[in-house]
Design a protein around this ligand. Structure first.
Ligand SMILES: C[S@@+](CC[C@H](N)C(=O)[O-])C[C@H]1O[C@@H](n2cnc3c(N)ncnc32)[C@H](O)[C@@H]1O
Length: 164
C-alpha cells in the first residue's frame, strides 16, 4: 500500500505501458507510487523511458511472451495500437487479457478519424489503422473484457476491465 492524498490509501499497482514512447505516462504512474514497466519498439524512446521506469525494447505483437500471465493490474496502451493492422490488434488485445489478472484494468486509445494507411508525416511514414469507436469497443469486449467507458472524438478511448 502507498500513502495517497489526505487520509486515502491507494494500493500500488503493476502497470504495463504498451508502446510507451519516451515515457511521459510511465513518469506519471511512478509519481503516483505505482510499479510501472514500459515496452516500445523504438530504441531511442526506450532509452528515454528508462529514466522513468524499467523499459524493454520489444514488439507489442509478442508482448504476451514477455511478462508472466495474470500478474498485471493494469495495461495502458496510449496511441500505440494505431500502428498495428486490425488483425494484429485483435491478437494483441487477447494477449493483454492473458497478462492481466482477473479484474485488471485496460486503457486503449486509438485513432478514430482519417484514413487507414501510410500517411506522409514530417518525420517519415508509419502505418495507421483507423477504428470506428463501436467496432473497437466490441472488439475489446470479444477479447475478454467488460467495457467500462468509451470516449469518442478524433481518438477513441476505451476503458475496460478484464472479465473474471
Ligand atoms: C504515437 S506514439 C505514443 C507514445 C506514448 N504511448 C504516448 O502516448 O505518448 C506510438 C508509440 O508506439 C510505438 N510502437 C508502434 N508500434 C509498436 C510495436 N509493434 N511494438 C511496440 N511499440 C510500438 C512507437 O514506437 C511509439 O513510441
Amino acid at each position: 500500500m502507498i500513502a495517497g492524498c489526505a487520509s486515502r490509501r491507494v494500493r500500488a499497482a503493476l502497470i504495463l505501458d504498451a508502446g510507451c514512447g519516451p515515457g511521459r505516462d510511465l513518469a506519471r504512474f511512478t509519481a503516483h507510487g505505482h510499479v510501472a514497466r514500459g515496452i516500445d519498439l523504438n530504441p531511442a524512446f526506450v532509452a528515454m523511458a528508462n529514466a522513468h521506469a524499467p523499459t524493454s525494447e520489444g514488439d507489442l505483437r509478442d508482448i504476451g511472451r514477455r511478462y508472466p500471465a495474470g500478474t498485471s493490474d493494469g495495461i495502458w496502451a496510449s496511441a500505440s495500437l494505431v500502428h498495428l493492422l486490425e488483425s494484429e490488434t485483435v491478437d494483441v488485445l487477447g494477449q493483454f487479457a492473458q497478462l492481466l489478472r482477473p479484474g485488471g484494468a485496460l486503457y486503449v486509445c486509438l485513432k478514430a478519424t482519417g484514413d487507414t494507411g501510410w500517411p506522409d508525416e514530417p518525420d517519415g511514414r508509419r502505418w495507421y489503422t483507423v477504428w470506428d469507436a463501436e467496432t473497437f469497443a466490441a472488439t475489446v469486449a470479444d477479447a475478454g473484457f467488460t467495457i467500462d467507458g468509451v470516449d469518442r472524438g478524433d481518438f477513441v478511448e476505451v476503458w475496460a476491465t478484464r472479465s473474471r
